[in-house]
Design a protein around this ligand. Structure first.
Ligand SMILES: Cc1cc2nc3c(=O)[nH]c(=O)nc-3n(C[C@H](O)[C@H](O)[C@H](O)COP(=O)(O)O)c2cc1C
Length: 204
């Protein structure tokens, strides 16, 4: 769609109102950076679990880069990670201060699911809400069994850990999540299974 002056003003007004009044809505991400970063082996050398984060937020370019590494497309309809039978069964939920979003890799958007700061639902440990970004990987047993989904979430989360290491960010994966509370908040179906959590932020 061509951006006219009228559309642009409309978008700016909505963005400004959202910023001033804290109204959460879908977020269009900047295009992810698909080249560059540290050499892969350097990132592997630096990967480690962090459980401390400074108070600094992550910019949306960084969020976009991390999400693309998790579950973006690197071909027309294929992802950066393998999935059993190419079922692409993962959903990646994104926890920011403004709400919980579902990553839409095709349109490079965050689709608002729950407004407001819900970061404590991303994990039971006290450091989790301090991280500006948490991801929760969810599988779909209508598509593949949960073992295959755990494998997919391992691939996705390791990509994120390596991009985080490449960018000098603090990052860690977690199994400790209150499944009942989070399933309720996300309105998951009985077929959806919570797999892993992951938090990313600036190092302390
Ligand atoms: C399947 C899995 C589950 C994990 N669950 C948690 C967790 O619930 N909380 C946590 O703080 N760390 C968790 N970790 C991180 C490990 O504790 C960490 O990887 C391990 O101590 C080794 O440290 P390193 O990652 O720095 O090498 C988990 C890691 C894996 C692979």
């Amino acid at each position: 769609m061509r951006m006219t002056a009228k559309n642009l003003i409309g978008t700016l007004v909505i963005v400004s109102l959202s910023a001033v009044y804290g109204i959460a809505q879908d977020i269009t991400l900047p295009n992810p950076q698909k080249t560059g970063g540290k050499p892969l082996v350097d990132a592997i050398s630096q990967r480690q679990t962090s459980r401390e984060f400074s108070s600094g937020d992550l910019d949306m370019q960084t969020v976009s880069d991390l999400l693309w590494a998790a579950y973006g497309f690197n071909r027309e309809d294929r992802r950066v990670i393998p999935t059993a039978l190419n079922k692409q069964e993962l959903s990646v939920y994104v926890f920011l201060k403004s709400g919980i979003y579902l990553y839409d890799a095709k349109d490079n958007k965050l689709l608002l699911k729950v407004a407001g700061d819900q970061r404590k639902l991303a994990g039971t440990q006290p450091f989790v809400p301090a991280a500006p970004l948490s991801l929760v990987y969810v599988g779909d047993t209508d598509k593949v069994d949960s073992g295959h989904s755990f494998f997919s979430s391992g691939c996705a989360s390791q990509n994120v850990s390596l991009v985080a290491a490449s960018k000098g960010l603090a990052c860690g994966v977690r199994a400790s999540i209150d499944h009942d509370a989070l399933s309720k908040a996300l309105k998951l179906t009985g077929k959806q299974v919570i797999l892993m959590g992951q938090s990313v932020g600036k190092p302390k």
